[in-house]
Each structure stands twice: as structure tokens, then as C-alpha cells.
Design a protein around this ligand. Structure first.
Ligand SMILES: Nc1ncnc2c1ncn2[C@@H]1O[C@H](COP(=O)(O)OP(=O)(O)OP(=O)(O)O)[C@@H](O)[C@H]1O
Ligand SMILES: [Mg+2]
Length: 341
């Protein structure tokens, strides 16, 4: 892994404008509010958060599908946000995407061979024999076989289709693959197979992944770092194991608590603990203050008035939460050890 980030997202804002409504002014929806993220070559960054938190907006901005409202995105020394939405092919080839739904991302009228050789035909000087050889190599990389090349997407299961989508993303040897919920539509055992496949491919090729998921538990094994989003903000970021085992931000804890546990006894203990926890309000977009203040069991008066900035967490990374501000007196004992010295 090199020291210079491959992808650097700096103070990114993404705003959507609703339709004008009976002469009323169009209202902006700020889907991403000042996000900072960086990703090195060969690294996997897991981006997690509940539905609507802005994960796909970040992904689509990196892919050039949605324009940034402000801020910058640098990729391998190029500023993507300065380019019009269609990137020059030299950059487009290096950033590939895999989406949740391979039904819609794979052209149903094309065979697997067409799907895999199309980018090679457009972007490389390979002969048709060489393209076929590469297609054979690609299906094998994702544990399918040569005889699958003549089939159409509808002849495959969801997991197999996602393998084809991954093979197609690998075709041009990209530096970065943006994976937006690549396993959310699959059953649990297929999810694990695809995550393992991604892991294997990364180890073999040194590709970087921006891996988006709802479920932190599912992606923490394969991620080097995890960033957690809530209502357009990155509220916590850090080494994967630290974030998973010792979440600092109250929202990250809640996100981990929402993952069902396989052990019924552990699930029972968690339910009992949750019943004792204070009742929190439904989410609301905070005009000022912390975006999580209305749901947070640890909210303090300060959280209503001020937006927390990222504070360093012992064990690595940051959490944008006043519980970790220097000199914070109200920190519960179990959190004190996470305050960086
Ligand atoms: N094209 C659009 N036009 C208007 N609003 C949009 C558009 N795309 C997303 N939004 C809104 O922006 C916010 C963030 O959406 P986004 O799709 O980035 O979230 P997400 O974290 O990917 O959610 P999910 O987990 O459901 O995919 C949401 O409130 C969503 O309704
Ligand atoms: Mg999404």
C-alpha cells in the first residue's frame, strides 16, 4: 500500500433540488454534508449507515453520476470534481462500479462473453481472440467456468449474476471498485461467498474498494477502515476492528445493536438492556447541533447548540461526538478509556 491516498474526498457536499411545487421555492436536500474520506491503493474502506444516510450519494459522486455541490474528490492525482460528469476514458477505466442489483446492471440481451468483452473492445487494442481469452480468465477469477460465457444473465442465480458483475468490473484492471450494497439482495450464505470472493480478488490484485453496506458486521472482516454515516455526516471513522469491537459514537453503537445476534441468549440480554435505555425521539434533521442529538441516549445541552468536530479516539480514527472532547466531564466510565491521551 502506498502512502499517498488513491482517493481523497474533502469537505464534500451533495445537494438535490426537489421539483418546484405550485410556485413555491424548490427546497434543497443536502444528502452529504461536508464528508471527508480517504482511501489508499489496495485498501478497503467500508462505508456504513442506515437507509438515506447518503452512502450512495457519495458513491455516485465518485463515479461521476451525480455532481458534487462543493468540496473536492481527488483520484490518483486528478481532481474529479472539476470534470464534467463524464470522465475521460483513462480515468473511467480505473474506477469501476458494482451495484446492488445485477438484474438491472447487466444487459439482459447480451451473453456473458459480450458483457465481459465489451469494455475490452471499446477501451483496449486486444484482438478478438485475446478478448475471448481474457473473458475466459475473468469468469474463472470469479469461480464460474468457460461454458457460462454463452449464457444470458437470466440463466444465472443472483449470486452468480453478482459474480459476473464483479468479473466485468475487473476486466480493465481498475485501481478502484465502488461497490454499492453488492450483497444486500443476496441470501446470507451467498453474501459470505461474494465477500470472500472480493477479498480474494483484492489480495491478488491490489485493487482498492469503496464498499457500501448497511451491515457493519458483514463488511468489517474485509474492510481495513470503516466510516459510519448518519444523515449526511461521517460521524465516526477508524480501523475496522476498532470501530467494530469498540464503537465510540453512540450512533455506531446503535447500528451494531440493530444487527440481529445468532445467539438467542445474547439477543435476550441485549433486548433487556435496551428496555432499560432511555426513550429517544424519532430522527429529525437538526438545524444546528449534532445530527444525532434527538436520538442519542448520551445527548448533552452542548449537542443541541454546536456541531461536534471529529475527535481522536484511542485505538485509531475519530468520532464526531462531544463525549470525546478534551476535558469532557460527563463521559461515562466505560467510554473514558477511548479518549485519546
Ligand atoms: N436523485 C435524487 N433526488 C432527490 N433526492 C435524492 C436523490 N437521490 C437520493 N436522494 C435523497 O438523498 C438522501 C440520501 O440518499 P442516498 O441514496 O445517498 O442514501 P443511502 O445511504 O445510499 O440510502 P440506502 O441505504 O437506502 O441506499 C435521501 O434522503 C434520499 O431520499
Ligand atoms: Mg444507497
Amino acid at each position: 500500500m502506498s502512502d499517498k491516498p488513491l482517493l481523497e474526498i474533502d469537505d464534500l457536499w451533495v445537494t438535490y433540488w426537489g421539483r418546484p411545487n405550485f410556485g413555491l421555492k424548490r427546497k434543497p436536500l443536502h444528502a452529504v454534508k461536508g464528508a471527508n474520506l480517504s482511501l489508499r491503493s489496495g485498501e478497503t474502506l467500508g462505508l456504513v449507515g442506515e437507509s438515506g444516510s447518503g452512502k450512495s450519494s457519495i458513491a455516485n459522486t465518485v463515479l461521476g453520476l451525480v455532481p458534487a455541490t462543493s468540496g473536492s474528490i481527488h483520484f490518483a492525482g486528478n481532481e474529479l470534481t472539476r470534470m464534467k460528469t463524464r470522465y475521460p476514458s483513462a480515468i473511467r477505466n480505473q474506477i469501476q462500479a458494482v451495484f446492488q442489483d445485477p438484474y438491472s446492471s447487466l444487459n439482459p440481451s447480451m451473453t456473458v462473453e459480450d458483457i465481459l468483452t465489451e469494455p475490452l473492445r471499446v477501451h483496449t487494442a486486444l484482438s478478438s481472440n485475446e478478448r475471448r481469452a481474457r473473458a475466459i480468465e475473468l469468469v474463472k477469477l470469479v469461480s464460474l467456468s468457460e461454458e457460462h460465457l454463452g449464457r444470458h444473465p437470466h440463466q444465472f442465480s443472483g449470486g452468480q449474476r453478482q459474480r459476473i458483475a464483479i468479473a466485468s468490473a475487473l476486466a480493465l484492471n481498475p485501481k478502484l471498485i465502488v461497490l454499492d450494497e453488492p450483497v444486500s439482495a443476496l441470501d446470507v450464505s451467498t453474501q459470505n461467498q461474494i465477500i470472500n470472493l472480493l477479498h480474494e480478488r483484492r489480495e491478488a490484485s491490489g485493487i482498492a474498494y469503496l464498499l457500501i453496506a448497511h451491515d457493519l458486521a458483514l463488511v468489517h472482516h474485509i474492510s481495513d477502515r470503516i466510516a459510519v454515516m448518519y444523515l449526511g455526516h461521517i460521524v465516526e471513522e477508524g480501523p475496522s476492528e476498532r470501530v467494530y469491537k469498540s464503537p465510540a459514537h453512540p450512533y455506531t453503537k446503535a447500528l451494531l445493536d440493530a444487527v440481529p445476534l445468532l445467539d438467542p441468549e445474547a439477543q435476550r440480554r441485549r433486548r433487556a438492556a435496551r428496555k432499560k435505555a432511555p426513550i429517544v425521539e424519532a430522527p429529525r434533521v437538526a438545524a444546528t447541533g449534532c445530527p444525532y442529538r434527538n436520538r442519542c441516549p448520551s445527548a448533552m445541552p452542548r449537542c443541541q447548540a454546536e456541531m461536534p468536530t471529529p475527535y481522536s479516539i484511542a485505538g485509531g480514527g475519530t468520532a464526531s461526538c462531544f463525549l470525546f472532547a478534551e476535558g469532557e466531564r460527563s463521559l461515562p466510565d466505560e467510554l473514558k478509556r477511548w479518549v485519546a491521551p
